[in-house]
Ligand binder design. Structure first.
Ligand SMILES: [Zn+2]
Length: 250
């Protein structure tokens, strides 16, 4: 559907790679497609998220792109992050923007977009006695998408085998199983889902969520591809720095 070869030539190098690969990955996106195809090339064209400039800012898309690009973002394919199970979520979240997606224990948390695994917590270190912010997510996985946005899922029962920092994943690929680890202990089983910009490791108060996910979840569940790139970019600009101070439940 997307004109990969037509677009690749005239655009700025980085942008072209991003657009073309995204378009191609849409075209070849099937269970039989090679697992690394589009993502590998896209990752190579983007700076390493978490190392230095955050991916969203560092793609070069913002400063280098012609004005028309803002109105027509690169076509990235998104997936609803819970697969194979019924799931429900509200419009708001306590204390900061995020979504708690309620589903059954063991249901699949899948990558919402092609990308690269950012941070993984396989061990639940949370304790009600300390309630450390860094531990509240329990078992968790974050992913930096080809769109430069970071996606985070926590309170997992288990992280999927092979999902380790730096591994490349495709939209829809299993990242973990939904549970109630971390501070969700004793609450209804749910996936805490956060959207943010990439940061250096360990910045949990950004990773847990900056932009409200509900409208994107609505789109993805309906088969749409609404992108949070603009909202995340705006939030990052408003913050003024990669690591703003923690303001709630710190
Ligand atoms: Zn939550």
């Amino acid at each position: 559907m997307h004109r990969c070869n037509v677009l690749a030539a005239p655009l700025v190098a980085v942008l072209a790679a991003l657009v073309a690969v995204s378009g191609c990955s849409r075209a070849v996106d099937s269970p039989a497609a090679p697992a690394t195809g589009g993502v590998a090339a896209t990752t190579a064209a983007s700076p390493a998220p978490g190392a230095g400039e955050p991916g969203l800012e560092g793609t070069g898309t913002e400063p280098a792109a012609p004005p028309t690009t803002r109105a027509k973002p690169a076509p990235v394919r998104y997936r609803f992050p819970v697969a194979g199970c019924r799931a429900g979520y509200g419009r708001t979240h306590h204390d900061y923007p995020a979504a708690d997606i309620f589903s059954r224990r063991g249901c699949a948390f899948v990558a919402p977009v092609d990308g690269r695994v950012d941070e993984v917590a396989r061990v639940d270190r949370w304790s009600p006695a300390t309630d450390r912010g860094a531990d509240r997510g329990g078992r968790s996985v974050s992913l930096v998408g080809v769109d430069g946005v970071r996606y985070y899922g926590s309170h997992l029962e288990a992280v999927a085998p092979g999902v380790v920092k730096g591994s490349r994943v495709r939209a829809g690929q299993l990242l973990g199983r939904i549970g109630d680890s971390g501070s969700a202990s004793g609450t209804p089983v749910h996936l805490h889902f956060g959207i943010s910009w990439p940061t250096r490791p360990g910045i949990w108060w950004v990773r847990r969520g900056i932009v409200p996910p509900a409208r994107y979840l609505d789109s993805w569940r309906a088969g749409g591809d609404l992108s949070p790139v603009g909202a995340v970019r705006a939030a990052r600009a408003a913050a003024g720095r990669e690591v703003p101070a923690c303001r709630a439940r710190c």
